[in-house]
Design a protein around this ligand. Structure first.
Ligand code: SAM
Length: 212
């Protein structure tokens, strides 16, 4: 179902500059329509963010592809995602062979997506908690991807990253963020690349925005 739409989306991603064949292949395999409400299936393969309930969104495919390409997960690597949402990003990482750990703070979304992972056969470890404090039991991670925008880079996530690992996180104010791509060089040193401009829902938590 929707094979042609997936191929057209991959063509759009190529045109917008995504080069990683591993990422593009994952976009051909993961069926994005399964991660949005049925009423939105006709839009599931357009390059747009879509509402998934609870005031949250499934990110725009280009943004997901850009972040995944920056993270560059390898088969067997341990990847932590903050902001499970619909589960689409976690499914892509899993399709690429990563061992995925994902955290969502909203219980209803967590619960709904956990059932979806089960239904679609994805083996993904999920928990409902504040992702800004990470998931220390399984640290260190080879990569960490944060799919909500925070005011700063959470110290806990920097600590839970393995040496050589990458942390991809949008940072800025509530309206617009830059994408920060950190590579951990030593316990206290990080190489940072930053690229403009993205707009994410807020990262809410101890090391994020405070809930009103
Ligand atoms: N990766 C998601 C996907 O593929 O659908 C994108 C989801 S949305 C852009 C970001 C998600 O981050 C929301 O579901 C929101 O509830 C969640 N979130 C915000 N702050 C969080 C936190 N501190 N810990 C865990 N999840 C958080």
């Amino acid at each position: 179902m929707f094979e042609q739409e997936r191929e057209e989306l991959v063509l759009t991603l190529r045109k917008r500059g995504i080069k990683s064949e591993k990422v593009l292949n994952a976009f051909l395999k993961v069926e994005r329509h399964n991660f949005v409400p049925e009423i939105m299936w006709f839009n599931a393969y357009k390059d747009v963010a879509l509402p998934i309930g609870q005031g949250q969104t499934i990110s725009q495919p280009y943004t997901v592809a850009y972040m995944t390409e920056a993270l560059d997960p390898k088969p067997g690597q341990k990847i932590l995602e903050i902001g499970t949402g619909s589960g689409f990003q976690a499914a892509l990482l899993s399709e690429m062979g990563a061992r995925v750990f994902t955290i969502e703070r909203q219980f209803d979304l967590y619960n709904q997506t956990l059932k979806l992972f089960d239904k679609l056969g994805y083996k993904i470890a999920a928990r409902c908690s504040d992702g800004t404090i990470g998931w220390s039991e399984f640290a260190p991670y080879d990569g960490i991807i944060v799919t909500a925008g925070g005011p700063t880079i959470p110290e806990n996530l920097k600590k839970q990253l393995a040496i050589g690992g990458k942390l991809v996180i949008p940072v800025g104010d509530k309206n617009s963020q830059t994408m920060n791509i950190l590579t951990k060089i030593s316990e206290s040193q990080f190489a940072v690349k930053e690229s403009p401009y993205f707009a994410f829902v807020p990262l809410i938590g101890k090391e994020g925005w405070k809930e009103k």
